[in-house]
Ligand binder design. Structure first.
Ligand code: FE2
Ligand code: FE2
Length: 193
């Protein structure tokens, strides 16, 4: 890639990431969003289903960082954690319906789909555990840290491994269909939470 397209690709990535972070920040503008670097992905800022999924991932990375800025059983922590869980769960459900169900059907990518869906289940269990613990306790912080670690690992693996494998076996019509299913299902799943 020559210098100009490389610059454009970087600008597109930076713009997509800033937009996703700003979306989270609107919920609590007084809190910092300290994310540090994000793992590299070729999908960020793309107009297709994978770019759309990474947009959600970046939004969730920002929400996690904002929860970490809160203290005790506070209004901010309650509101941000509730939004984060609604986001994670509706994203996972819509992602399964739009993407992983098709990926599982193709023998070449069954293992990738299975891996991603199994992690969704583990993440759900961690959320359930957290909902049972006093938010002001150190046990809650330890469990939140475990959720963060698991979830960030999941996002990185999707972006760097499973999306890459899945993309090789999907055509343009598949990708368009998946994006529209994801948009519709994400909205419906989030409204139902
Ligand atoms: Fe995802
Ligand atoms: Fe996922």
């Amino acid at each position: 890639m020559s210098a100009a397209p490389q610059r454009n690709a970087r600008a597109k990535e930076t713009e997509a990431k800033s937009a996703a972070f700003a979306q989270a920040k609107r919920l609590a503008p007084h809190l910092a969003v300290r994310i540090g670097s994000t793992p590299a992905t070729t999908f960020r800022g793309n107009p297709d289903i994978f770019g759309r999924l990474v947009e959600d991932h970046d939004h969730h990375r920002a929400l996690i960082a904002m929860v970490e800025e809160t203290t005790g059983d506070s209004e901010d922590r309650r509101m941000l954690f509730a939004e984060l869980t609604r986001e994670m769960q509706s994203h996972a459900a819509a992602e399964e319906q739009a993407l992983w169900s098709s990926v599982l059907r193709k023998p070449e990518t069954t293992d990738d789909g299975r891996h991603a869906v199994a992690e969704h289940y583990q993440i759900d269990k961690l959320i359930e555990e957290l909902e049972e613990i006093d938010m002001a306790s150190s046990a809650w912080l330890r469990r939140f840290d475990a959720l963060k670690e698991k979830y960030l690992h999941h996002l990185r693996e999707e972006e760097q491994e499973q999306f890459v494998a899945a993309e090789k076996h999907l055509n343009d019509a598949d990708l368009r269909h998946m994006k529209s299913v994801f948009e519709r299902r994400k909205t419906e799943e989030k409204a139902a939470q």
